[in-house]
Design a protein around this ligand. Structure first.
Ligand code: NAD
Ligand code: GLY
Length: 383
C-alpha cells in the first residue's frame, strides 16, 4: 500500500462504506472511508488505461491533498497532471471552463479519459460541467474534500457555473463515474467550512429522516470534532438518502426539490450578501432551514416544538440561526423578496417552497403567498 506510514495506518483503520446510486443507465458507486485518497489507485487504475490521471483542483486543496493522491497513484505506475483554479466561487466561470477545456485539449485527453475533481463543491461543479460539455460528454470522478461536497454536491450529477446574472445559471445534469470520499481530508478544513457542510447534513434529517436528525442530536459534536467513525456513518447516511431521491427523480421533476429545503431563503440571503466569504452557502442553508421551519409553523403546518428542537440543535453545535450570529445585518425583507422573485424555481410567477409538517416531513408547496413570506422575514428580522 502506497503513502507515508501515517497514511497507511489511517487507510487500514476503517473499512470503506459503499453506497450505490442506482439510475436507469446504470448508476455508480460512492465509496466513503478514511485514507482513501492515498489508496485511490485501487479504485481508479482500471479506469485509467493510459496510466495517467488528470486532476482538477483548487490551489488550496492541491497544496494540501494532491501530493497524497499523486504519491499513491505514482506507486501504482500512474502519473498525475494537476490543473488548478483559484479557490472560491469566482472559479465557477466561463473563463475557467475555457481555460480547462484548452488545457485538456493541449494534453490530448481522450473522450473516454476521466477527469478527477479533487476539492469542494466549486471544483466538483466546475470540473463536472467541463466533463459534461467537453467532446459532448466525458467521464469524471468526484474526490470531494469538503463536508458539503461529500454529503451533497459530489452526489447526484448537478454541475454548473455562474454567470454575471446569478449562481448556477449554466449547467448540466452529468453524473460522475465514481465518488471517493476520504473523510480524512476534512481534518484540514476550517471549522467554519465544516459547520457549513454540517448544515447540509442536518438538512437530510430535517427533510425526510427524523431518526438521522435524532442521531445527529446525539453525535453531531463528534462529527464536527472529526471522529472518523461518526463521519463515515453520517456521510454515508446522507449519501444513501440523496441517492434514493436521485434514483427516483434524477432531473428534479418532483421529489428531488425536497433537497432544496431552506434553499429559497438561502439563495436570497446569499444574493444579498454577495455570494462569497461573507455568507457561505451552508451557513445560508442553516438560516434558510430555520426560516422554512418558522414559515411552516406560521402557516400551521408544523408544531412549534419542532422549530424549538431545530433551534436547540443548531445552538448546541454552533450553527447560526440568524444573520446577526454571523455578524451580518438583518437583510431588508423587500430585498430578499426581490431576489426570491428571480429564483430559478419561480414558475408562472409563483415561488416553490419546501415546507415541513415536522422534523423529517418535508413537502413541496407552491401555495405560499408573498405576504406570508414578507411577514415571516419581518418577524425574523425583529427577533
Ligand atoms: P468550496 O469548493 O469553495 O470549498 C470551500 C473552501 O474550502 C475553499 O476555499 C477550498 O479551497 C477549501 N477547501 C476545500 N477542501 C479543503 C480541505 N480538505 N482542507 C482545507 N481547505 C479545503 O465550497 P463548498 O462549500 O465545498 O461548495 C460550495 C459550492 O458547491 C457552491 O458553488 C455551490 O453552488 C455548490 N453546490 C453544488 C451542489 C450540487 O448538487 N452540484 C450542491 C450544493 C452546493
Ligand atoms: N443539492 C440539491 C440537489 O442536488 O438536488
Amino acid at each position: 500500500m502506497p503513502g507515508t506510514p501515517a497514511e497507511r495506518q489511517r487507510a487500514v483503520s476503517l473499512a470503506p462504506t459503499r453506497v450505490d446510486v442506482r439510475l436507469p443507465d446504470g448508476g455508480y458507486e460512492i465509496v466513503i472511508g478514511e485514507g482513501l485518497l492515498g489508496g485511490a489507485a485501487r479504485f481508479l487504475a482500471e479506469r485509467l488505461p493510459r496510466r495517467r490521471a488528470i486532476v482538477v483542483s483548487d490551489e488550496t486543496v492541491a497544496r494540501l491533498h494532491a501530493p497524497t493522491l499523486s504519491r499513491g497513484l505514482q506507486a501504482a505506475g500512474i502519473a498525475t497532471t494537476l490543473l488548478t483554479v483559484p479557490p472560491g466561487e469566482g472559479s465557477k466561470s466561463f473563463a475557467e471552463v475555457e481555460r480547462l477545456v484548452d488545457a485538456l485539449e493541449a494534453l490530448r485527453v481522450e473522450r473516454s479519459e476521466p477527469v478527477l475533481a479533487l476539492g469542494g463543491g466549486v471544483v466538483g461543479d466546475l470540473a463536472g460541467f467541463v466533463a459534461a460539455v467537453r467532446r459532448r460528454g466525458s467521464p469524471f470522478v468526484q474526490l470531494p474534500t469538503t463536508l458539503l461536497a461529500q454529503v451533497d454536491s459530489a452526489v447526484g450529477g448537478k454541475t454548473a457555473i455562474n454567470t454575471r446574472h446569478g449562481k448556477n445559471l449554466v449547467g448540466a445534469f452529468h453524473q460522475p463515474a465514481l465518488v471517493l470520499s476520504d473523510v480524512g481530508t476534512l481534518a484540514s478544513l476550517p471549522r467554519r467550512e465544516k459547520l457549513a457542510g454540517y448544515a447540509e447534513m442536518v438538512k437530510y434529517g430535517l427533510l425526510g429522516n427524523p431518526a438521522f436528525f435524532a442521531w445527529l442530536e446525539r453525535n453531531g459534536r463528534a462529527v464536527l470534532a472529526g471522529d472518523s467513525a461518526a463521519l463515515v456513518h453520517a456521510v454515508a447516511q446522507c449519501c444513501r438518502d440523496k441517492a434514493a431521491i436521485v434514483a427516483r427523480d434524477e432531473r428534479e421533476m418532483g421529489e428531488r426539490a425536497l433537497l432544496n429545503l431552506g434553499h429559497t431563503f438561502a439563495h436570497a440571503l446569499e444574493a444579498e450578501a454577495g455570494f462569497g466569504a461573507r455568507l457561505l452557502h451552508g451557513e445560508a442553508v442553516a438560516l434558510g432551514c430555520v426560516m422554512a421551519f418558522e414559515l411552516s409553523a406560521r402557516l400551521g403546518h408544523c408544531p412549534t416544538a419542532d422549530v424549538a428542537r431545530v433551534l436547540g440543535h443548531f445552538a448546541a453545535v454552533g450553527l447560526p440561526s440568524r444573520p446577526a450570529e454571523l455578524g451580518l445585518p438583518d437583510f431588508p425583507p423587500e430585498r430578499l423578496l426581490q431576489h426570491m422573485a428571480q429564483d430559478k424555481k419561480v414558475r408562472d410567477g409563483r415561488l416553490t417552497f419546501i415546507l415541513v409538517r415536522g422534523i423529517g416531513q418535508a413537502f413541496i408547496s407552491r401555495a405560499v403567498e408573498a405576504a406570508e413570506v414578507a411577514a415571516l422575514l419581518r418577524s425574523a428580522a425583529a427577533a
